[in-house]
Design a protein around this ligand. Structure first.
Ligand code: ADP
Ligand code: MG
Length: 219
């Protein structure tokens, strides 16, 4: 990103940088995400996400000269074909919806980014049929979108808005701790799912935080 925060935009290079940073964050948190999934699922969320984002990075080497929408579609397809389980189709949908919302754009404004994250989140909700409070990745994504919209309405700068959305995603992730899961594998545990963070909400928080960290760094 370049220029004054109020007029700056996210380029294709910035999107690639975000994806590279996230792939590294997932590799670093592979064990942690798997431990979270061991408590309320089948102990594979870290391995699933790491496999998926390693495939994403391999694919992105071929798309460095393309546009934002094409890159995001490539990410979604790579995740769907390599991750499996619940997270593969859900994260795949997230990136495919973001890709559609970015169609034709060579750079993203703050409002474009909010529109994309909103479409991506709605796609996850439609696909997985989970709402806020069901103890899923939706619990991190919905507050992130709301915070972005609020930040825009309040006239915050691009970096401030990104930080607001990352903080909201973090709170959303933390809010899953006491919840009883109503969707996905963790719901099989019923009340025993309470007292543990949701692994998908954690990986979704890390996705939003990676965007804030990567893009704030290039101001
Ligand atoms: P699996 O549950 O198939 O083993 P993962 O362990 O990779 O897949 O992913 C589990 C995460 O997927 C959960 O922590 C939750 O956040 C998310 N998840 C599962 N089902 C749904 C759903 N229906 N809607 C939204 N997110 C879901
Ligand atoms: Mg699992």
């Amino acid at each position: 990103m370049s220029g004054a925060p109020s007029t700056s935009t996210i380029s294709h290079e910035d999107v690639l940088a975000w994806l590279r940073v996230y792939a590294q964050v997932i590799a670093d948190n592979r064990g942690y995400l798997t431990d979270l999934d061991a408590a309320i699922g089948d102990a594979d969320h870290g391995a699933n996400m790491d496999r998926g984002f390693k495939a994403v990075i391999a694919k992105l080497m071929d798309t460095a000269d393309k546009d934002i929408s094409t890159t995001l579609r490539t990410v979604g397809m790579a995740l769907i074909s390599t991750v499996g389980g619940a997270a593969g189709p859900l994260y795949g949908t997230l990136f495919l919806q973001a890709s559609q919302a970015a169609a034709g754009k060579t750079a993203l404004t703050l409002s474009d980014w909010a529109t994309m994250l909103d479409a991506a989140t709605e796609g996850v909700i439609k696909r997985g049929k989970a709402g806020p409070g069901d103890k899923t990745m939706v619990d991190a994504l919905v507050p992130a979108v709301q915070a972005l919209k609020g930040a825009i309405a309040a006239g915050q700068s691009f970096p401030e808005a990104l930080q607001s959305s990352a903080r909201a995603a973090e709170h959303g992730m933390q809010s899953t701790l006491p919840l009883i899961a109503h969707k996905g594998r963790a719901s099989y545990l019923g009340e025993r799912s309470a007292g543990h963070l949701d692994p998908g909400a954690t990986s979704s928080y890390l996705l939003i935080k990676a965007a804030a960290d990567t893009w704030a760094g290039s101001y």
